[in-house]
Design a protein around this ligand. Structure first.
Ligand code: ATP
Length: 240
C-alpha cells in the first residue's frame, strides 16, 4: 500500500479506494465494484462524509428489526468484504445474524477468495457457498442462495445491493434493509429501511447503537435525506 499521511484531507476516502483497488487485485471485488464505489463516493460528498441524523435513525431501526427477526441474514459482496471485513462479522455476531455471500458477478474463484478473506477475519459459518435455491425472477447466477440463509430469511440486510435483487427479495415477502449512499437508487426506494450512509460508518454505528423501537417511516426519512443534500448544495454554492 502507498503511504497516505493521516493529515491528508481525504485520508479516509483514499484509504477506502486503496482497500478496493487491492481487493480487485486479489480477485475479491469486481472491476464494476470500483464504479459502484465511485457512485457512492459522489453521494457521500453531498452528505459531507458524515452520518446524518436520518441515517442514525435508520441504523437504529435496522438493528431493532434484525434483533427481532427469526432468521436474520446479512448479504455480503466483494465491496463489503473490501471495506468492512471485520466489522461485518462483528455485526453478524452482535445481531446473531447469518452471513451469506451473494455476488452479482459470481465466479467459483471469487467465492473461494471471499470465503478465505472472511475466515481470516474470524467468520465461522458462511452461507451461500453451496447454494441449493434460487431467488425467483433473477437469472441463474445472481439468484443462487442458501436454503437456510437468504432463501428462508425473514429480515435481510443487503448493503450496496443492486435494484433487481432488492426488488426480487421484496417480492419474496422479506423485510429488506439496505445501506446505500444513493437515496435515489432502486434499492434505496425498494427497501423497508434505507440507511443512507457510508458502510464504513454505518457498520460500526450499528454495532454500538441503541435499537429504535418507535415507528419509522422510510419514505419520510429518504425525503429528509434528499432535502438535506439539496440544502447543503445551496449553502455550498453560496460559499463559492
Ligand atoms: P440500483 O440498481 O439500486 O438503482 P445501482 O445500479 O447504483 O442502484 P449498484 O451499481 O449495484 O447499484 O451499486 C450499489 C450501490 O451502492 C450504489 O447505489 C452506490 O451508491 C452504493 N455504494 C457504493 N459504495 C458505497 C459505500 N461505501 N457505502 C454505502 N453505499 C455505497
Amino acid at each position: 500500500m502507498t503511504d497516505i499521511p493521516e493529515s491528508h484531507p481525504r485520508y479516509e476516502s483514499l484509504k477506502m479506494r486503496e482497500s478496493l483497488v487491492k481487493s480487485v487485485e486479489e480477485g475479491i471485488t469486481s472491476q464494476a465494484g470500483l464504479i459502484a464505489h465511485g457512485r457512492g463516493e459522489m453521494f457521500d460528498y453531498l452528505l459531507g462524509e458524515e452520518t446524518t441524523e436520518m441515517a442514525k435513525k435508520a441504523e437504529r431501526k435496522a438493528v431493532a428489526e434484525l434483533d427481532k427477526a427469526e432468521n436474520p441474514v446479512i448479504s455480503i459482496n466483494g465491496n463489503v468484504v473490501a471495506l468492512v471485513p471485520r466489522g461485518i462479522i462483528e455485526l453478524s455476531r452482535t445481531l446473531d445474524a447469518k452471513l451469506e455471500v451473494n455476488l452479482f458477478h459470481r465466479t467459483d474463484e471469487r467465492m473461494k477468495k471471499i470465503e478465505q478473506k472472511l475466515r481470516e477475519n474470524g467468520a465461522e459459518k458462511i452461507y451461500g457457498l453451496d447454494p441449493e435455491e434460487e431467488i425467483p425472477g433473477l437469472d441463474h447466477k445472481r439468484a443462487l442462495c442458501s436454503h437456510d440463509g437468504i432463501y428462508t430469511s425473514d429480515v435481510i440486510l443487503v448493503p450496496l445491493e443492486d435494484g433487481d435483487r432488492a426488488q426480487a427479495l421484496k417480492k419474496m415477502g422479506k423485510k429488506v434493509i439496505t445501506i446505500d449512499l444513493n437515496p435515489l437508487s432502486r434499492t434505496s426506494k425498494t427497501s423497508d429501511i434505507t440507511i443512507v450512509d457510508n458502510i464504513t460508518r454505518a457498520v460500526p454505528n450499528m454495532i454500538r447503537c441503541e435499537p429504535l423501537q418507535e415507528d419509522f417511516d422510510n419514505g419520510y426519512n429518504l425525503r429528509r435525506t434528499l432535502h438535506y443534500m439539496s440544502e447543503r448544495l445551496k449553502i455550498l454554492s453560496e460559499e463559492i
